[in-house]
Ligand binder design. Sequence first.
Ligand SMILES: Cc1cc2nc3c(=O)[nH]c(=O)nc-3n(C[C@H](O)[C@H](O)[C@H](O)COP(=O)(O)OP(=O)(O)OC[C@H]3O[C@@H](n4cnc5c(N)ncnc54)[C@H](O)[C@@H]3O)c2cc1C
Length: 327
Amino acid sequence: MKIAIIGTGISAITLAKHLKKDNFITLFEKSRDVGGRISTRRSKLYEFDHGAQFFTAKNKDFKNFIAPIIKKNIIQRWDARFAEFKNNMILRQHTWDSEYPHYVGAPGMRNILKHLSDDLNIKLNTEIHNITKNNNDCWNLFNTNGENLGDYDWVISTAPAPQSASILPQIYKYHSQLLNKKMLGCFSLMLGFKEPLNLSWDAALISEADISWISVNSSKPMRPKGFTLLIHSTNAWADKNINNDPEKVKKHLIEVTSNIIGHDTSVAEHIDLHGWRYANIEKQEDSNSLIDYKNKLASCGDWLIHGRIESAFKAGLMLAKSINKEL
Ligand SMILES: Cc1cc2nc3c(=O)[nH]c(=O)nc-3n(C[C@H](O)[C@H](O)[C@H](O)COP(=O)(O)OP(=O)(O)OC[C@H]3O[C@@H](n4cnc5c(N)ncnc54)[C@H](O)[C@@H]3O)c2cc1C
């Protein structure tokens, strides 16, 4: 079978790696690199994981999946000094340890996906606009220039639900379910400093503010020396300001961060911003795979379960197992 997978996030890569080996699988990715929301941005001196920050592993399948990557040191433990802030005050602090490991990619989060996708057939810089059925009962995929990218028996979209809804045709059995999945936004503010800030923590969860998270990205293993902070806005603030002037967004998030941590973060020599329109699903649920056997269409992603790396893995694995039974 010829199978087209749209996306190269963890759900797509998991799916591709677990589908039966005698299929011909092609992955299409709109960005210039793999990873999706597991992403790393590098400048000359600084590096930031501006999507997922870290992950944990509860499920046995996921633990087994990451074990060989841990052995290769591409996944490492981040034993961060963790703090919880409320109303600009630290409520609690403790250090993460081996009892409940918090993992990151090394030297960046994206390296996990780069490693996993080494042996896959991937077309980067290829945004799928739509798909149509041809006379041979196969699907044709079209990019944003209207070019036909070939014939496929199956098409599986792992793009966030609203994007999958715009790619997949309305005859897809679960099209209306895709439209009903609301995803929330998030801003990532990236700050690089000439001099390190003196902080008593490496990762902080923030409540009662327009930001929800700050990490000292440079405290993760194998990062460049340049001191970096990575700040996430709350989903609610991002959704209100996602179309706002990026300079205004930066200014506000810098002000809020400075107030909370008690340092003037506007002195950063490197300031960058990324807006995620579809950062995570509004509701946490545990939906089944959305496979339309009649039309040979399917979709999956973290949005089927929960906005976490482990959930995206689970969604990809669950879909591969179901499709394997059919092929
Ligand atoms: C800011 C932020 C912080 C997070 N923090 C954490 C965390 O600390 N821990 C944790 O476990 N999880 C975290 N997450 C969630 C985690 O990143 C996701 O759950 C996971 O990466 C989702 O993987 P996925 O494969 O389902 O989707 P994605 O990674 O979104 O993959 C979808 C892919 O589809 C591609 N695509 C979309 N449309 C098209 C198209 N038309 N044509 C071709 N390609 C297309 C996209 O470019 C993308 O590569 C965070 C997410 C964000 C945004």
